[in-house]
Ligand binder design. Structure first.
Ligand SMILES: [Zn+2]
Length: 287
């Protein structure tokens, strides 16, 4: 095979650190609190109820913090690690799942930067801190633990979900787990916690992690081709791979396997999937 400098490597765990797609460990900012050694059996998804991932990471690194997590993922998909994966983080609190209690001792915590539940404000929606959240970023849905009450939640965007799926995949691979090991904080502490909540489609996320495109589609993982001359789908992740099809400007595609700068996508026409292949993400706009 020829030059493969376009080839993108998967994220992986090496010596309890996450190695990113570029082959280097992701940013590590040590949390103020962590516990004893663990053998991870579950991956718990949270939202931060906060602004930027960096701000939450700085808080977790500070003496004032009363919590921590292994990973924080920003809205645009950047990953910060704060606790090695063989040590407990303080993310689950009082919790139980499948006969185990105190899930800090058995799980990895992934925090997604997201305001979570929003309140209605005169101008639209606002976070619990009063930060305005535009209606375009709002999902209206009932939490399954309170099914009669529709509420407003900040949406999760594709870059963040794609990064989270990659981190989760690396963790499942490293610890020999299946996608069923991915659970929500609201699963393990249902009376006490509502994150990640209904804006996070757990079924679709597990499907994406398992590599199932069909029933596991992430609703937000539809992109539109933004390339006046069209965009080639290719047999591999690089311009030296043969074109499969030319997708016209404006065509919608479904991201089957996220990646940057090459993602594996399926062209999507009138509800069914057309040809699939690798496309350069610079020409795919999130919608
Ligand atoms: Zn949580």
């Amino acid at each position: 095979m020829g030059a493969c400098w376009h080839r993108r490597t998967s994220m992986r765990i090496d010596t309890h650190r996450l190695i990113g797609n570029d082959g280097a460990p992701v940013t590590f900012l040590k949390a103020a609190h962590s516990g004893g050694q663990i053998i991870p059996r579950f991956v718990v998804i949270h939202y931060t109820a906060g602004g930027s991932a960096e701000a939450t990471a700085r808080y977790f690194a500070s003496d004032a913090a009363r919590a921590s997590a292994h990973f924080i993922i920003s809205r645009d998909g950047a990953v910060i690690q704060q606790v090695p994966t063989d040590s407990a983080a303080w993310h689950a609190g009082k919790s139980s799942w499948q006969g185990l209690s105190g899930l800090n001792a058995h799980s990895i915590g992934i925090e997604l930067a997201n305001w979570g539940k929003l309140s209605r404000s005169p101008g639209g929606y606002a976070s619990h801190t009063g930060t305005p959240v535009p209606a375009s970023r709002v999902v209206l849905a009932a939490h399954r633990n309170a099914p009669d009450r529709e509420e407003a939640w900040e949406r999760f965007d594709a870059p963040q979900l794609a990064a989270a799926a990659e981190v989760a995949t690396a963790l499942l691979t490293a610890y020999g787990l299946t996608e069923d090991a991915i659970i929500g904080h609201d699963d393990i502490a249902p009376g006490r916690k509502i994150d990640p909540g209904p804006a996070f489609d757990m079924r679709a996320f597990r499907g994406a992690v398992a590599g199932r495109g069909e029933d596991g589609e992430l609703a937000q993982d539809i992109r539109v081709v933004t390339a006046p001359a069209g965009l080639n789908l290719r047999t591999g992740p690089g311009i030296d791979f043969a074109p499969v099809a030319l997708m016209p400007d404006g065509m919608r595609v479904r991201v089957v396997a996220p990646g940057a700068p090459w993602a594996f996508v399926a062209a999507r026409e009138h509800g069914y999937d057309g040809p699939s292949g690798y496309a350069h993400t610079a020409w795919l706009r999130v919608i």
